[in-house]
Write a protein that binds this ligand. Structure first.
Ligand SMILES: NC(=O)c1ccc[n+]([C@@H]2O[C@H](COP(=O)([O-])OP(=O)(O)OC[C@H]3O[C@@H](n4cnc5c(N)ncnc54)[C@H](OP(=O)(O)O)[C@@H]3O)[C@@H](O)[C@H]2O)c1
Length: 339
């Protein structure tokens, strides 16, 4: 089978090579999937640049999610059959014609569903669902801040928070996305390229602060965000996109310092919480949590609560262009590469 290998860290035009390799054999509890298309994720960019700690050593096949058909199982798989179309999380290895993955990270989807929509259910919607429904329980009337609300996880969080009856303050660092976020139903939108988000949040809430912040930007967004929480407030940290702009060690160190240094007593005294989410760690240690979330995500998608944006499909031979498109912050729906 063919697979796309990352052969060197750095620019997209030099990083990839398509190679012939052996088709994987599914182990007990795994399914072998013939990949119709693999999804791109922000972590792919970080892995390609050598900034993703958990990524496999080079040469490696990255890729966190695929859509395809189950070819066979390694046994002890009750909920999937050969021939089922699935959307699945892969612990790397997604940039290939075939991939074997834990069956608990795969769910059946309709044969006719749009590939970019269903590709976003596993990583983007599942992450959002875990953050908002399991890590934090949202209640009607909660004031919720969603950073990067036009992105994949951000837009899923926005849909879920509105479904729960929350008041949503959404942010974006790209002025061109403000209107789309308003259209998606956010009550307030902050353009962080023009305004200090923490000041606007405190003005909007008349100094009271907010109940929940979902943050994948990191650095000063976390430190300033904590100051915007009211009592009982929680900040969910699930990414650090603002650190990906530069590979320069001093710039990285500067960003790391901007997160702030905290003593647990500060959180206890102010009744605030800082929560961390890493779906890959959960997939490793708590695969049934992933399956529970995936089932719920597909149910909410089929019920019309989750409405993924239609994304963009590239051919695998245009993978470099697809990476550039994501890096350029142009994408609003899921990017999928089809074989
Ligand atoms: N912890 C986990 O398990 C987990 C799981 C899935 C995703 N994530 C993380 O969640 C974040 C969002 O993922 P996604 O799939 O929703 O990505 P996405 O759709 O590409 O959205 C990412 C958004 O981040 C903002 N951004 C800020 N700084 C950026 C930078 N330097 N380069 C590119 N974008 C930047 C952009 O929004 P604006 O233009 O609006 O500012 C961009 O649209 C990523 O950081 C990803 O690594 C974490």
């Amino acid at each position: 089978m063919k697979a796309v290998y990352v052969v060197q860290h750095g620019d997209a035009d030099k990083a990839f090579e398509v190679r012939e390799t052996a088709k994987p054999e599914p182990k007990t509890g795994e399914v072998l999937i013939a990949v119709e298309g693999f999804g791109l994720n922000f972590a792919d960019i970080m892995a390609r640049k050598g900034q993703y700690r958990d990524a496999p050593p080079l040469p490696s096949v990255i890729g966190y999610d695929v859509v395809g058909k189950v070819v066979s199982t390694g046994g002890e798989v009750a909920h999937l059959q050969p021939g089922d179309r699935v959307t699945a999380m892969t612990r790397f290895g997604g940039y290939a014609e075939f991939v074997a993955t834990d069956a608990r990270a795969a769910v059946k989807i309709s044969d006719t569903a749009d590939i970019t929509e269903v590709a976003s259910l596993t990583t983007q919607f599942c992450t959002a669902y875990y953050c908002a429904a399991e890590m934090v329980q949202l209640f009607a009337g909660d004031r919720v801040v969603i950073h990067s609300a036009a992105g994949g996880v951000g837009s899923a969080l926005l849909q879920f928070a509105l479904h729960k009856g929350c008041e949503v303050i959404a942010t974006t660092g790209s002025s061109s996305k403000v209107e789309a976020i308003k259209k998606a139903g956010a009550h307030h939108v902050i353009d962080t390229s023009k305004h200090a988000f923490d000041k606007v949040i405190m003005d909007l809430t008349k100094g009271e602060g907010v109940d929940v912040i979902f943050d994948a930007l990191g650095a000063e967004f976390i430190r300033k965000g904590i100051n915007c929480l009211t009592a009982g407030g929680r900040i969910v940290c699930y990414g650090a996109a603002s650190m990906s702009d530069s590979n320069n060690v001093f710039s990285q160190l500067g960003k790391a310092i901007q997160f702030g240094i905290y003593h647990p007593a500060i959180f206890m005294m102010s009744s605030k919480s800082l929560l961390g989410v890493n779906m890959l760690k959960l997939a490793d240690k708590k695969p049934l949590t992933i399956l529970r979330c995936l089932n719920e995500v597909v149910r909410l998608y089929e019920a019309g609560v989750f409405k993924p944006m239609k994304g963009k499909v590239f051919s695998v031979k245009d993978l470099t262009e697809a990476h550039r498109y994501m890096e350029g912050r142009k994408s609003q729906g899921k990017i999928v590469c089809q074989w």
